[in-house]
Design a protein around this ligand. Structure first.
Ligand SMILES: *[C@@H]1O[C@H](CO)[C@@H](O)[C@H](O)[C@H]1NC(C)=O
Ligand SMILES: *[C@@H]1O[C@H](CO)[C@@H](O)[C@H](O)[C@H]1NC(C)=O
Ligand SMILES: *[C@@H]1O[C@H](CO)[C@@H](O)[C@H](O)[C@H]1NC(C)=O
Ligand SMILES: *[C@@H]1O[C@H](CO)[C@@H](O)[C@H](O)[C@H]1NC(C)=O
Ligand SMILES: *[C@@H]1O[C@H](CO)[C@@H](O)[C@H](O)[C@H]1NC(C)=O
Length: 431
């Protein structure tokens, strides 16, 4: 493994979003790169016409302490499963007419651009210097110190604030990236990291600031809310309540949410709050995600004061599971990839367009309370950015796996230092 790491290191290109540099350094505007962002969302055109029989459920009613079906955890089971009743979530969002685009104040779309090789200003931290690095993501052995990134300025933006990431392992990767980007200027005795738990907290004393991660892969309460023990064949959510998680994140000043891949593994069981007999309904992943996002949107629209809180939503993180999508006739995945895709607008089948439309529809009704970190397209290009075999695997690898590296390559998460560092640079651009 050591040897492989070294080999990987020398071949691993350090790439940056050139566009960001341009934006940060000179706020220079390249309008031709905005073209991608101007698609109209078809959902805005033909608005939903609900059949009159649809029942709407008011989400996030604080009845969770007394609700009949109790708190969900990994031992929860459905007593029975019936077809989806068609119940929907009602919430106070207002439809907006124009497809709203969150571009930065200077009108530049920082999410479009192309990747260029830059090994003088990147990486922004080195893996070995960051004590909080996860073995799942550490792909390099060393790098060099930062140049284009003013860590002190970032901390000033976070002074007296709680910055919290809420979501799944992709969001956790972005959180680790953030901690690694920021921790270098904080003396070891002035910083703490709490033990891994649903809520994990990095604290920097002198700034009275925290950078936190809350494990909530399905946003709403679910039987997968334990960050370690969550491997389950039956996925159960409470589609109408985010209160369990909200009680942890409601005091954060800056919130960064994501959710996607956990909805992509088959049907989901719904256990409504008022269900008395433990009976679940079953719904496809996207339908269930829409309910969960609406329960989340209900919380955002009723609880977020735009002057006091910043809320971001990170769009789908792309996977590179099928190399035939960028190299026709090939049979592999991201394993062995060393360069980004240079085909402008490349979009893999792992990034589900109906999901993107659902997200866009819901966010557009939240008006400007939520900013989108639309990282999907820019990350699509980075087939070379995944750990592939260069990570720690929690289970021992069998001989037949070892002889066929693509079979166990991780083409879902991202190496650090790497792509999520750029997501965080973009995030700071909006703070
Ligand atoms: C950057 O990459 C070029 C080309 O691969 C190489 O010649 C150079 O030594 C690298 N510089 C640093 C600082 O790593
Ligand atoms: C970094 O930011 C701090 C705080 O805004 C500022 O005082 C300092 O001069 C900056 N350093 C550089 C190298 O730009
Ligand atoms: C530290 O930050 C919190 C908000 O996160 C604030 O309520 C508190 O007053 C701050 N403490 C100091 C000493 O500034
Ligand atoms: C499931 O059914 C059993 C027996 O009918 C009952 O005792 C139990 O409370 C039910 N579970 C839930 C979560 O309602
Ligand atoms: C994100 O950008 C893509 C184009 O890259 C666009 O199709 C999509 O609608 C955007 N998503 C959101 C939620 O704004």
């Amino acid at each position: 493994m050591q040897q492989r790491w070294n080999r990987k290191k020398t071949h691993f290109p350090l790439l940056v979003l050139f566009f960001l540099i341009v934006v940060v350094l000179s706020t220079f505007l390249h309008s031709e790169h905005r073209i991608l962002q101007i698609h109209e969302n078809p959902d805005h055109v033909h608005n939903h016409q609900e059949a009159p029989s649809v029942t709407f459920v008011k989400p996030n009613l604080p009845s969770h302490l007394t609700r009949p079906s109790g708190i969900l955890d990994r031992f929860s089971r459905c007593n029975s499963t019936v077809e989806y009743s068609g119940r929907k979530i009602s919430w106070g969002g207002r439809p907006q007419h124009s497809g709203h685009r969150r571009v930065s104040s200077d009108g530049c779309d920082v999410f479009s651009g192309k990747w260029v090789f830059d090994n003088t200003s990147y990486p922004l931290y080195s893996e070995s210097d960051c004590p909080y690095m996860s073995d799942q993501l550490a792909c390099h052995k060393h790098g060099r110190s930062d140049l284009g990134w003013n860590v002190t300025e970032m901390w000033e933006k976070l002074r007296n604030k709680r910055l919290m990431f809420v979501g799944d392992s992709l969001n956790r990767g972005q959180w680790i990236s953030m901690v690694c980007l920021l921790q270098s200027v904080i003396p070891a005795d002035k910083r703490t990291m709490s033990p891994n738990a649903p809520l994990t907290i990095f604290r920097a004393e002198e700034y009275n600031a925290t950078v936190e991660f809350l494990w909530a892969p399905l946003l709403v309460e679910s039987n997968s809310d334990d960050p370690v023990n969550h491997r389950l064949n039956e996925r159960i959510i409470r589609p109408d309540s985010i209160l369990k998680h909200a009680s942890q994140f409601e005091h954060a000043d800056i919130l960064i949410f994501n959710t996607y891949l956990w909805w992509r593994q088959g049907p989901v069981k719904l256990l409504w709050t008022d269900e008395e007999n433990g009976a679940c309904e079953e719904l496809d992943g996207l339908g269930a995600m829409e309910l969960a996002m609406e329960a989340w949107a209900d919380w955002v629209s009723s609880k977020v004061d735009r002057l006091k809180k910043r809320v971001f939503f990170v769009t789908m993180s792309p996977t590179h599971l099928w190399s035939r999508e960028w190299k026709p006739e090939s049979e592999g995945n991201c394993y062995g990839e060393k360069n980004p895709i240079d085909f402008a607008g490349y979009w893999g089948s792992g990034s589900d367009l109906p999901t993107m439309h659902t997200v866009e529809k819901i966010l557009s009704k939240l008006s400007s309370k939520v900013s989108v970190l639309n990282i999907t397209q820019l990350s699509e290009y980075r087939k070379d950015g995944h750990p592939s075999i260069f990570r720690k695997f929690w289970e021992p690898l069998r001989p037949e796996q070892l002889s066929n590296p693509p079979s166990y390559s991780d083409c879902i998460h991202w190496c650090l230092p790497g792509v999520p560092d750029v997501w965080n640079e973009l995030l700071f651009h909006f703070l």
